[in-house]
Design a protein around this ligand. Structure first.
Ligand SMILES: Cc1cc2nc3c(=O)[nH]c(=O)nc-3n(C[C@H](O)[C@H](O)[C@H](O)COP(=O)(O)OP(=O)(O)OC[C@H]3O[C@@H](n4cnc5c(N)ncnc54)[C@H](O)[C@@H]3O)c2cc1C
Length: 406
């Protein structure tokens, strides 16, 4: 194992592993430090968790040569149906209107994680240390990272550090980068369900008085459900038995997919947005949830993070990091920060706008919501703008967004 990799990545979650695969290059070594065991996970059927991939993510995976493997395990979203419970407005976005095979794809997170892990393990350019907890760092001509791997203290030194250790990032704290937490006063209940009348390739986003409810197709009669509620309602929903929960969900969602016939394991967690006040410092850059943990309403957190990775890749792929002095790295990272902050702010505004427009029970907002959905359905330019944002293409492009490595 090399003690002085050119690039170190703190955190080997979905985003950290994607960063490692994107930044590997024959001229340099990438070293990932991940605190969990990261064992290959098997899909767990009705109890699995899923993630919706936007078209921009598809292009990035295509550039990495991974898309054909991922595609085999993913369900396409060909139509997105957006509605508001008890209101007349409905909007539909169709892939065919944009000459696309799909507007996005849904995949079980464990399957995606296993595919990425497999790829990382097969790379001679990436070293992966699991059960390795980052503890601290010294920032100088290189960054010296201290971590504990299975009770042994270790130190590596790297020219560039990518911090991808999640929303409560120790890497971010060690850099002294402040973060802001916005509490949405809501929690998400997630589960998978089996329905009696699946509508192939259609995803639903339904705004209920309690909060947004998403049903994403997982193939055949299986759907992934994410339902946002206030914490009190969440506790109540979590205490219901499966039959009672199915009835509550049926009431919130309606009968567009027939009867809800079976419910998987339910999970709940409080929703807040964590936003780092800077994206880069010294020779380090924050990505993924360490930089921005978003509200899941628009399913954009991972997709946004992948575009961060693509942008980093564009800046660093052809550079020999070893020869980059501090001013050159600082210049590249400041360029990165300017371009990514703007896009991140736009995605956050879009998600927060949806949350406040559709979760607020102020009576006047009902007709506004209905009108917004009606307008979205009939104004092609508006629809195209929303579809492009959802697909991750409305923010300018780079090579990976065109499906090619820089
Ligand atoms: C309900 C829900 C639904 C979602 N749906 C979607 C969706 O459909 N589409 C989408 O794009 N996004 C979605 N998201 C967001 C997406 O899940 C996240 O953006 C993404 O998983 C963030 O990944 P990450 O690797 O940055 O962070 P994490 O997944 O938190 O990974 C961080 C990693 O760092 C490791 N780590 C932590 N501390 C240390 C340490 N000290 N040393 C070493 N390693 C450490 C952890 O073990 C972990 O593996 C959803 C989120 C939620 C909550």
């Amino acid at each position: 194992m090399k003690n002085n990799p050119e690039i170190a990545i703190v955190g080997g979650g979905l985003v950290g592993l994607c960063a490692a695969l994107s930044l590997q290059h024959p001229d340099r070594q990438v070293h990932v430090i991940e605190s969990s065991a990261l064992a290959q996970q098997k899909a767990t059927g009705l109890n699995s968790r899923s993630i919706a991939l936007s078209c921009s993510s598809v292009q990035i995976f295509r550039a990495l040569g991974l898309w054909s493997k991922i595609r085999k395990q993913a369900s396409p979203i060909r139509t997105i149906h957006i509605s508001s419970q008890g209101r007349w407005g409905v909007a539909r976005l169709h892939a065919a209107d944009y000459e696309l095979e799909a507007l996005g794809y849904v995949i079980e997170s464990s399957i995606l994680g296993s595919l990425l892990l497999d790829q990382v393990k097969h790379s001679k350019l990436i070293t992966l240390d699991t059960e390795a907890e980052f503890e601290n760092a010294e920032y100088g001509k290189t960054v010296k990272l201290d971590y504990r791997c299975r009770n042994k203290k270790k130190r590596i030194s790297a020219s560039l550090v990518v911090v991808a250790d999640g929303a409560s990032s120790k890497g971010r704290a060690s850099l002294g980068i402040e973060h802001r937490i916005t509490d949405y006063g809501q929690s998400a209940v997630i589960t998978n369900v089996l329905v009696s009348k699946p509508v192939g390739g259609t995803a639903y986003e339904r705004f209920t008085p309690e909060g947004p409810l998403a049903m994403l197709p997982l193939g055949r009669d299986r759907y992934a459900c994410v339902w946002t509620h206030d914490p009190e309602n969440t506790d109540h929903l979590m205490r219901l038995d499966d039959q009672q929960f199915a009835e509550a969900l049926q009431q919130g969602f309606g009968y567009r997919l027939g009867y809800i016939e079976q419910i998987g394991q339910r999970y709940s967690f409080p929703l807040h947005r964590t936003e780092a006040l800077a994206l880069a410092k010294y020779r380090c850059v924050l990505i993924g949830n360490a930089a921005n943990a978003l509200h899941p309403v628009a399913g954009q957190g991972f997709n946004l993070a992948l575009r961060d990775v693509a942008s980093l890749c564009e800046l660093f792929l052809n550079q020999s990091i070893r020869n980059l002095d501090e001013p050159s790295i600082a210049k590249a990272l400041s360029q990165y920060e300017i371009s990514r902050k703007a896009e991140q702010a736009k995605v956050v505004r879009l998600g927060d706008g949806l949350v406040s427009l559709f979760s607020n029970e102020f009576p006047l907002l009902g007709p506004i919501r209905a009108a917004a959905l009606g307008l979205l359905d009939i104004v092609p330019a508006l629809k195209a703008e929303v579809a492009l944002s959802g697909m991750g293409f409305s923010f300018g492009g780079n090579s990976m967004l065109r499906g090619q490595m820089p």
